[in-house]
Structure formats: structure tokens, C-alpha cells
Design a protein around this ligand. Structure first.
Ligand SMILES: NCCCC(=O)O
Length: 990
């Protein structure tokens, strides 16, 4: 005759976590236990109560059992929820009951001091932690966010994970949500907003399914939806977990929405699948194989609850094994104790017996370390339409049982290698979101700054045009504008490049048209940039080539502005047509999300995926466009190379280096652009943007570099002798310099600032000669101004025929121009026949003095000599513009002393070195470098050996040693009081 003994049982039939089919599994276990007479002399019974996964209800059920007047309970089965298990285990220990929990996973339940009689048939959640970490590191995730429900289960699980994340230097931030606290909606929204703002894309959500449903519902209106973000939830959500009602103010979500929102999320679950139990399918303790047990259980579930058991959800197997653990523990003490007595009498023995068990249960090999069940398998699951689908199995601990360690002490290093499915291209946000944000900021700021810079250059050019500044008008401003506007396109392109699908909502298919618009905009901007910049360079090279090579620097032929503009605009037109054709041939269809193909976290749709899977015609047109651009670039580089040795007054070696660097830079950028079209690595966009931007900045700077270099104070440069340059018109440059110097003095002058800018865009072309211009204008004669001739040796005693002809024409033409001007003025002032009349009228003479008087003896260079600059008007203001005019009634001052004083300068050995004037002789005396030999004639002898002595036979020796006569070349007077006139202006003789 068997005696009934009772087990008190609590389980969550509903609530935050529920396992309504537990009674089916428990009853199946009891049937097998009793039929196998596992506890000799006793029949095991169970009284099951629903805890609703609430500790208060669980405790009330426990007290209800304890106060049962009919019998005492031998042990406590349950609960499945850690929150209940913890509460009831503490009390049941005081009562003397051994508790066997079947599904509670909180790592803190491993605390034997707090729960001395608690045993779990299911491993702790911390068993999943090494696998989670392994998964995190295998995917290269370095930043994760953790949202914890304010429950011991989740906080302690998270704590385990944090320890390992710290070891592996994975950055994490934690948000805590307390569903029992005030304003759950605000808590959830606040946490999501922070996570989104900081760009996390891997989020571990430690929470019960009821809170998970609320979170998913809120997430609907954030940018944190899968597949943009990889969510990791606990792996033990029940089959219809998404059915929990959403109670958040006005926010509602249907179960269908929740299912969709969870698609692609991950879960880790300590324990195998039903189908993986007992791989050899060996007989379990019950005498049945795991397969047979699952078949029997499934049949009953289908019969009793009209559902099919989920093969990944194994809590019922743990419950089955819990019953066997209790039964086997009791079997060992059944003969020693009366099991109908108070359980405190045998609690210790029962506890020790159970924790020393080792057997094959339905859930696999069961063995204990301390009082913890060890499980070495961890399932990786994926949410697909609300169902948790199996994706792989982790081997979590060493295979040898002797090496088993307490699950809560598992460390990362002890994980065995595993082969498991992993999400494709899942990114933790470092590459795309996090970096993008900063790159966008940097690119934006730089682009704005660069645009300001380019704007200033363009304004300066336009102001220059308006004011007819020579430097600008001769530099062909349209070319400069074209090239600089090319930089604008580059800056815009840089910004457009970092706009990805996430920003436009492409990932969630919100704005397909915007995606395609950006696709084409990128292509167009890229093309137009190449067209304007390289087209500009090409025409610049062409113009330079025509002027320098074809015209032999004579500026006879200019490349018409019409062509300068038409050419690049034509290219831009071609670009636009290309892009329009692309727009026509490309069907506006959107690539299907890979979620439907079963993969999780598919790559985010990025704008730059244009060009991929877009059809052959699209690719062909794109290739033609790119080839066309490459051709244009090559042509432009070739042209620049062709003129590399042409050096004119504005262009020196630095300019050549700059041109080469410029072309190299844009070439690198173009390669990056092409690469970006054909590759699919996410990081390429920001990198490309940076490359474009840096290239743009370098380009902008380099355009100015040659002229900046040129404008550097370098007085020797103008002569050009050391460079071999054909510095054709140094006076123009001098005028320009003086103009800038004058403006330098007025720092607040806007014009000063503009001209400083302007100085950077001084043309790389030859300036037109003023005399040529005047001659052409007034006489209709084109002068041949050969720069070589202009810079030839005008100090030579024997001028060449060419020089004489040149000088004669210059002199003649100057006079002719003067007369032409006078003729015009005469006409205006009605002075009849003034020029033609053989007897020149006094009116005409007055006119000549009127016009020419102020110009007499004006220093060469346009009236900016130092004396003039120092001149002040009546109010004390410097008047640099009004030239100092000598009194025309006494235009000349005769010499006070002879021009040639013929003092003799002797070497220490009395050799005659040269004839000098007294001022120079005195200079030697003052410095005690010479001694007086005689005063009449004036002879001095050097006290030191001169560096050089006049060479014998050298014509210069004769010149320097010859005594020079003070005779007027006009009247022959020898009084030495004549005037000295310079035939060749001093400026030419420098
Ligand atoms: N297996 C469900 C775990 C829930 C809990 O421990 O509370």
C-alpha cells in the first residue's frame, strides 16, 4: 500500500513571463516517476498554483500551501519566474522546504547564503553571457547599449555581461527602466532618445516580455528599428509574447506591429533545443528517449491546449526534470524518514541528495556544481514574425565534465571555439552612425569655411572686373570663376556623400524618391565638378598656350571669352543630359529588404548603392560618363604638362609644382569617387567625403599658390635673370606692387583687403603694354614689343640695329601719340589748325605746357616716389596722388660743380685704379682706408689691397682710368656748369 506524498507547485500560467503548459509536463513526469516506483512506498502528487510571475502572488500561494491543514508538503516545485522563485525560496527555507525551480534564470539565485535550499534544474542566465560576449566580439561590435528592467534578474544578468565587456574593452551605456515606477512612457522614450542620439546600433534589452512589447511599440516612432539596429532580447519569451497589451497613454500597437518591429532581433538562450537534447538519443532516466518524451508531450499539448510546442522553448523539459530531481532525492531518504512528517526533518539530506545527482534527463546531461545545474549549450535565436527561430548553438564550457565549473563563474577564456551563424554585416554604428555624425559636422564646417573662402575669391574677381583693375582683367576672370565654382560643387558633393539611407529614411523605405534623387545628384555633382574644374583648367592651359607659344608673348591673339565659357558650359550640358538619361533608364524600384530572406540585420540601404543592381544600360551609361570625364582630365593634364616649361612673369617653378599637385589631387579624388561607385563598404562614404573635401581645399589653395608665391617680396625676381624667365613687363608688376603697398598703409580700407585677395589671382598671362595700347588706340599702329628686345642690354656702347629701331619707333610713336592727343584736345577746345600750322600759336604752346607741364620730371613708375608719398597737403594729409611738379619756369638747375672731378685712386703700390670724384675719395678718408698723396691734383692711395685690379687690355680699364672732360655736348662749353640728362632712364639701367 503506497502512501501519497504531496509536492507544492507554483508556476506562472500568465504574467510577465508565462509557461502555461507546465502542468502537462509535470503530470507526465509524475506518471513516469510513479509507474517506475521511484520513491519506494510513496506515490508522488503535486498541487499546482499560478503565481502569475508576481512575487506577492507567489508568496501568498506558498503560505496557502504551508497552512494546508490536510497534509504537509515534501518539497516545493517552482517557480519559473526568478522574481517569484527568489521570494518563495527564502521563505520555504525557513519552513524547511527544499525548492526546485524549473526556469528561473537570475544569476543572483546562485547565492547559497540567501537561498540555502534552492536548486535549479535550469542553468543561470549567466551561462549565456560568455556566448553573448563571444558573439559581440566575433562581430567586431565595440559599442553597445543595455536597457535593463529594474528587476534583480536583469540587473544581475547585466552585471555579469558588464564584467566581461570591461575585460574586452567593449564600450557600453546602461539605461534602467522601472515599469512599476512613475511615467513608464517617459522612461522608455527618454532611454530610446538617448540611445538614438548617441548612435548605438547594438542594444541589449534585458526585460520581461510585457515590458519588451511596450518598448517595441515606442520604438516604432524612433530610428532604432531593426534592421537599422540589432536588438538582443532574452531567449525565453513564450510563444505569443507579443500579445501583451500595450498600456502607454494614447500609444497603441497591434500584435502584428510588435511582431514586425521585433523582426531581426536576436536572443540567447541557455540550453539546447528539444531536438538537440541527448544527441545520441540515449534513454533518459524515465526509460524513454528525449524524442519519445517530446512526441508524447507534443501530443498532449496539442490535445489539451490546441497548440504545438515550440521546439526552441524547453522550459517544460526543465520542469519535467525538476520532478525527477525531487523524486530521486526523495528516493534516497524514503527508507530513512517518514516523508509524511514535516519536511524540515529531512530537508538537509534531501538537498544534498539532489545536488549530488548526475543523470540523463529530458533536457540532457544533468550535473551540478554547488547547487547549480551546468549547461554547456547556448542557443542563438532570431525573432521572425514573433517566433524565435533557431540560428545556431554555442558550446559554452569545456567538454570534459571534470572541468565543469559553476556557471556563474564561467569566464570568457574558457569558451570553446564555436561555429555558428552570425548576422551579415551587422554594424554597431561606429562605421556609419557614430562616425557619420562627426564627419558630417567636420565636413559641414569645413565646407562652409571653404565656401566662404571661394566666395571671397569670386567677389574679389567681380569687384576687380567692375573696377577694371588691370590685374584682374588680364587674368581672364571667367576661367578663375569656373575653376573656383568647381570647388563649390566638390563641397556640396562632399556633403551629399555623407547623406545615407538612414538620414533620408531609406532604411525604413520612407522615401525612395529621395534616394534616387540623391543618387543622381551625386553623379551630376561629380560630373559637373570635373567639367567646370578640368574644363576651366583646360581652357586656361589653352589660353596660356595660345598667348605664350603662338603669340610669342605678344598678346596679339586672345582666346575669346565666348569660347572660354562655351566649352565648360557645353560639358555641364552633356553632364545634365547624361544624368537625365540615367534617370530615364533606371527603373524606380527599391531593393527588397533582406529580412524577408531570413537574414537578420541586413545592410542598411545607403544612397551610394546606386549603381548596384541597376541594370546594364545604367551601368553602360555610367561607364561612358566616367570614361568621358577621365578623357577630359587626361587632356587637361596633358595640356598642363605641355606648357610646363613655359615660364612667364607670373609663373615660376612653384606654379608648375602646384599644377602638378593640383592635377594629382583631383586625380586621387576622382579615383576615390569611382571606387565609391563600385564598392560597398559602408565606411567608404565618410572617407570619400573627407577625400573630396581635402582635395577641394587643397585645390582651392593651390589655385592661389603660384601667385601668392609670386607676390612674395622678392626684388630680384623681376629681373628674371636667375630664373631665365621672360619677365616681359616688370613695370606692370611694380605698379601693382606699389598699388598694394599703398593700400597696405590703410589697413581698414576695404579695397586694401580685396586687393590683397586679388593679389592671389594675379594672372598667369602677360599684361598688355601701355605704349602698344595707346599706339593702337590713337594711331591705329600695332607695335612689335619683343620682350627679349625690351630686356636686352641697353647699356651697351654699340646698340644693335634692332635696338636702335625699337628706341626710334618708341620715341617717334610717343611723340605721335602726344600729338594725336593734342589734336583731339585742340578739337575739343576749338584751337584751329594748331598742329598743322607751321607757326605754332601761343595758344598751342600754352596748351602743351598745360598738358605736359605736370608730367615733366615725374619719377618713373606712376608718381609714387617716396618724396611724393611724404608730401602733405594743407590739412596735413598725405597726398600720394598729387605728383610733385617742378616750377616750369625754372625747370632745370645747373650744376654747382664739375661732373667729373678726376681724382686719382691709387693702389698701395701706386698703380692707378680709377678716376673718382671727391665725395668717394672722402669716403675712404673718413674710414681711414686711404691716405692723401697730393691735393692738386687730388690723389689718394688705398691702405689695403683692393679685391680686383683693372686687367690689362680690358676695355673697362681704359674707361675707368681715362680722364673725362667736363664739356657740354650741346654747346661745347667747358665751364662745367651744364645740366646732366639721362638718355636711358635710370629705371632701365638698374
Ligand atoms: N526562463 C524564464 C526566466 C524568467 C525568470 O527567470 O524570471
Amino acid at each position: 500500500q503506497k502512501v501519497d506524498i504531496h509536492i507544492a507547485g507554483i508556476y506562472p500560467a500568465n504574467g510577465s513571463w508565462s509557461a502555461p503548459n507546465i502542468p502537462i509536463s509535470v503530470r507526465l513526469a509524475l506518471e513516469h516517476i510513479n509507474s517506475n516506483n521511484v520513491v519506494p512506498g510513496y506515490t508522488l502528487r503535486i498541487d499546482l498554483e499560478n503565481s502569475q510571475c508576481k512575487n506577492t502572488i507567489g508568496l501568498s500561494r506558498l503560505f496557502h500551501f504551508i497552512q494546508n491543514p490536510n497534509y504537509t508538503y515534501v518539497s516545493l516545485f517552482g517557480d519559473g519566474c526568478s522574481v517569484v522563485t527568489g521570494a518563495v525560496a527564502e521563505i520555504s527555507y525557513l519552513y524547511g522546504l527544499v525548492s526546485v525551480a524549473f526556469a528561473s534564470t537570475s544569476p543572483s539565485l546562485a547565492n547559497t547564503e540567501r537561498y540555502p535550499t534552492l536548486i535549479r534544474s535550469r542553468p543561470s542566465e549567466s551561462s549565456t553571457i560568455p556566448a553573448r560576449l563571444r558573439f559581440i566580439t566575433e562581430n567586431g561590435w565595440k559599442r553597445i547599449a543595455i536597457i535593463n528592467q529594474q528587476e534583480d534578474l536583469f540587473v544581475s544578468t547585466s552585471h555579469e555581461l558588464q564584467k566581461l565587456l570591461n575585460i574586452d574593452s567593449v564600450h557600453y551605456r546602461i539605461e534602467i527602466i522601472d515599469p512599476k515606477g512613475p511615467n513608464l512612457l517617459e522612461q522608455l522614450q527618454g532611454a530610446l532618445a538617448l540611445i538614438e542620439k548617441e548612435g548605438y546600433r547594438i542594444i541589449v534589452a534585458n526585460m520581461y516580455q510585457t515590458l519588451a512589447v511596450q518598448l517595441l511599440c515606442i520604438m516604432k516612432s524612433s530610428g532604432l528599428q531593426p534592421p537599422l539596429v540589432t536588438w538582443i532580447f532574452p531567449g525565453w519569451y513564450t510563444d505569443s509574447w507579443y500579445d501583451s497589451p500595450v498600456q502607454l497613454s494614447n500609444i497603441t500597437c497591434t500584435p502584428e506591429e510588435i511582431k514586425r518591429l521585433s523582426n531581426g532581433s536576436l536572443a540567447f538562450y541557455a540550453g539546447p533545443r528539444f531536438v538537440d537534447f541527448n544527441a545520441e538519443n540515449s534513454t533518459t532516466i524515465s526509460g524513454y528517449t528525449a524524442e519519445q518524451l517530446f512526441a508524447e508531450y507534443s501530443e498532449r499539448v496539442e490535445k489539451e491546449s490546441n497548440t504545438s510546442p515550440n521546439p526552441t522553448f524547453i522550459e517544460t523539459a526543465y520542469a519535467y526534470d525538476s520532478m525527477w530531481m525531487i523524486a530521486q532525492g526523495l528516493s534516497k531518504i524514503a527508507l530513512a524518514y517518514d516523508l509524511t512528517k514535516h519536511p524540515s526533518e529531512y530537508a538537509n539530506d534531501l538537498y544534498n541528495n539532489i545536488t549530488s545527482l548526475s543523470f540523463i534527463g529530458w533536457s540532457g546531461e544533468i550535473s551540478f556544481v554547488g547547487h547549480q545545474r551546468v549547461e554547456r549549450r547556448v542557443q542563438l535565436l532570431e525573432f521572425v514574425n514573433g517566433k524565435l527561430e533557431y540560428r545556431g548553438l554555442f558550446d559554452n564550457v569545456p567538454v570534459h565534465e571534470s572541468d565543469y565549473i559553476q556557471t556563474d563563474d564561467i569566464t570568457y577564456n574558457e569558451i570553446y571555439p564555436f561555429t555558428v551563424w552570425s548576422p551579415d554585416k551587422a554594424s554597431d554604428g561606429i562605421e556609419i552612425h557614430f562616425v557619420d555624425i562627426w564627419i558630417v559636422v567636420v565636413v559641414f564646417i569645413s565646407a562652409v569655411m571653404s565656401s566662404i573662402y571661394v566666395s571671397i575669391v569670386i567677389i574679389v574677381i567681380l569687384v576687380g572686373i567692375a573696377k577694371k583693375l588691370k590685374a584682374v582683367t588680364t587674368s581672364q576672370p571667367w576661367i578663375t570663376i569656373l575653376i573656383t565654382s568647381g570647388n563649390y560643387f566638390v563641397f556640396i558633393l562632399a556633403i551629399v556623400f555623407v547623406i545615407d539611407g538612414r538620414i533620408l529614411g531609406i532604411g525604413s523605405k520612407k522615401n525612395e524618391q529621395a534616394c534616387y534623387f540623391i543618387c543622381h545628384l551625386r553623379i551630376w555633382l561629380g560630373s559637373v565638378w570635373v567639367s567646370t574644374t578640368f574644363g576651366g583648367i583646360l581652357v586656361k592651359s589653352l589660353r596660356y598656350y595660345i598667348i605664350a607659344i603662338k603669340n610669342r608673348f605678344e598678346y596679339r591673339r586672345e582666346l575669346s571669352t565666348k569660347y572660354i565659357l562655351i566649352f565648360p558650359l557645353l560639358l555641364v550640358g552633356i553632364d545634365t543630359i547624361f544624368v537625365l538619361i540615367l534617370r530615364l533608364v533606371q527603373p524606380v524600384t527599391f531593393m527588397e529588404s533582406e529580412v524577408s530572406s531570413g537574414k537578420i540585420n541586413p545592410p542598411i540601404y545607403q544612397i551610394s548603392e546606386c549603381g548596384i543592381e541597376m541594370g546594364n544600360s545604367y551601368i553602360v551609361i555610367l561607364i561612358i560618363l566616367v570614361l568621358f570625364k577621365v578623357l577630359l582630365m587626361l587632356l587637361s593634364i596633358l595640356m598642363a604638362y605641355n606648357i610646363r616649361n613655359i615660364v612667364n612673369k607670373n609663373q615660376r617653378f612653384s606654379a608648375i609644382v602646384s599644377w602638378v599637385t593640383y592635377n594629382g589631387t583631383v586625380f586621387v579624388i576622382t579615383v576615390s569617387l569611382i571606387y565609391s561607385f563600385v564598392s560597398d563598404v559602408n565606411i567608404k562614404y565618410p572617407l570619400c567625403a573627407i577625400a573630396i573635401l581635402v582635395g577641394g581645399l587643397i585645390t582651392a589653395s593651390i589655385i592661389s599658390a603660384p601667385t601668392l608665391h609670386y607676390m612674395r617680396v622678392d626684388p630680384n625676381y623681376i629681373e628674371g635673370a636667375h630664373t631665365g624667365a621672360t619677365d616681359a613687363f616688370p613695370e606692370d608688376i611694380q605698379i601693382l606692387r606699389k598699388r598694394i603697398e599703398a593700400l597696405e598703409r590703410d589697413k581698414n580700407n576695404l579695397e586694401h583687403r580685396l586687393v590683397k585677395r586679388l593679389s592671389r589671382s594675379i594672372p598667369n598671362v602677360i599684361m598688355e603694354d601701355e605704349m602698344m595700347r595707346l599706339s593702337k588706340h590713337f594711331l591705329g599702329i600695332e607695335l612689335n614689343k619683343d620682350p627679349q628686345l625690351q630686356r636686352s642690354n641697353w647699356q651697351s656702347q654699340n646698340l644693335t640695329f634692332q635696338q636702335i629701331k625699337y628706341a626710334s619707333i618708341d620715341a617717334k610713336v610717343s611723340l605721335d601719340i602726344l600729338f594725336a592727343i593734342l589734336q583731339i584736345i585742340c578739337k575739343e577746345r576749338s584751337i584751329p589748325q594748331a598742329v598743322q600750322c607751321p607757326s605754332i600759336s601761343s595758344e598751342f604752346i600754352d596748351l602743351v605746357f598745360d598738358i605736359c607741364g605736370p608730367l615733366i620730371d615725374i619719377p618713373f613708375g606712376g608718381g609714387s616716389s617716396k618724396t611724393q608719398q611724404r608730401q602733405r597737403n594743407n590739412s596735413g594729409v598725405i597726398t600720394a596722388d598729387s605728383p610733385r611738379v617742378k616750377n616750369i619756369t625754372t625747370p632745370y638747375v645747373t650744376r654747382k660743380r664739375a661732373l667729373y672731378e678726376n681724382c686719382r685712386l691709387l693702389a698701395p703700390d701706386n698703380e692707378l685704379l680709377s678716376l673718382i670724384d671727391t665725395r668717394k675719395a672722402n669716403w675712404y678718408f673718413e674710414r681711414d682706408l686711404a691716405e692723401l698723396v697730393s691735393e692738386e691734383p687730388y690723389v689718394v692711395r688705398l691702405k689695403f689691397e683692393p679685391k680686383t685690379r683693372p686687367e690689362k687690355g680690358n676695355i673697362d680699364k681704359l674707361y675707368y682710368q681715362a680722364e673725362k672732360q667736363n664739356i657740354c655736348v650741346v654747346c661745347g662749353s667747358k665751364d662745367g656748369n651744364g645740366i646732366r640728362k639721362k638718355i636711358v632712364p635710370a629705371e632701365y639701367r638698374k
